[in-house]
Write a protein that binds this ligand. Structure first.
Ligand SMILES: [Zn+2]
Ligand SMILES: [Zn+2]
Length: 260
């Protein structure tokens, strides 16, 4: 299996995955021009995609759906709650009209081509948000962003993955001393908000195993985090687990195509 994180931040999210003969996109929160430009060096066009999967309906994950539908015409997979939530982003480009919409339930795996998709629930302030494990029969990729804390279920699902793309959203001190309104700070650090560097590192330490090949810190806040802080937290976690800290990539997007 191969994957490349094309964009990951509060401004826009999209990850390309290829495995089991299928090419798919997880989230479509960055504009089509950026998506095409990030896929081109991988030799992939939007029309080559076999599916788009959504984690949840927040604007930074769905904003290019309306335009993307005309460019790739693939099935769109999401929970019923996410499809309903997308309607609220209609004016922002998140409308699902025209898509071949296919509902899945968290906890119920399904196949896209030869790729097994395992969606699992995440605690986040969206209608029915999920993370994914993608499995081509020989390796597993775990994707978990936009969660307020790591539940037992999340940790259980992510164990044994060869690649982990995990949220390292904010540095708690930078968030708390930021100029953001107290209500927003509370939302971000709440149980349905986003993982801090420390929380991301704690999750990583809990799930990292000897088969791990790549760790990508994801969804960094532009205002309340520094890439070096997220990387240091992730590397410390691997070191403490007796694993190679060099497995952690710098969160610079798009990443190259990473193989597992
Ligand atoms: Zn997000
Ligand atoms: Zn979100």
């Amino acid at each position: 299996m191969k994957f490349a994180v094309l964009a990951s931040s509060s401004a826009g999210n999209a990850t390309f995955v290829e495995g089991g003969g299928a090419k798919l996109l997880v989230d479509a929160g960055t504009n089509c021009k950026t998506l095409s430009a990030a896929l081109a060096p991988l030799g992939v066009a939007l029309a080559d995609l076999d599916a788009v999967l959504l984690t949840h309906e927040h604007h930074d994950h769905v904003s290019s759906l309306a335009v993307l539908e005309r460019r790739c015409g693939t099935p769109l997979y999401a929970t019923a709650g996410t499809f309903e939530g997308c309607e609220q982003d209609r004016g922002g480009g998140g409308a699902c009209e025209g898509w071949d919409c296919r509902c899945f339930e968290p906890g119920e795996p399904f196949e896209v081509g030869g790729l097994r998709v395992e969606p699992f629930s995440t605690p986040h302030d969206a209608a029915d948000p999920v993370g994914f494990v993608l499995d081509d029969g020989s390796a597993r990729l775990g994707l978990a962003t936009d969660l307020g804390f790591a539940t037992e279920l999340v940790a259980r699902r992510l164990r044994g993955c060869a690649a982990l793309a995990l949220e390292f959203n904010h540095d708690l001190r930078m968030l708390e001393t930021s100029a953001r309104p107290p209500s927003l700070i509370q939302r971000i650090r709440g149980r349905n908000g986003h993982l801090s560097n420390d929380q991301g590192a704690e999750l990583l330490a809990a799930v990292a195993g000897s088969g791990l090949r790549h760790v990508v810190p994801m969804h960094l806040s532009g205002e309340c985090n520094e890439p070096a802080l997220a990387v240091a937290a992730a590397r410390d976690a691997l070191r403490a687990a007796g694993l190679d800290p060099g497995l952690v990539r710098r969160p610079a997007f798009p990443t190259p195509l990473l193989e597992i």
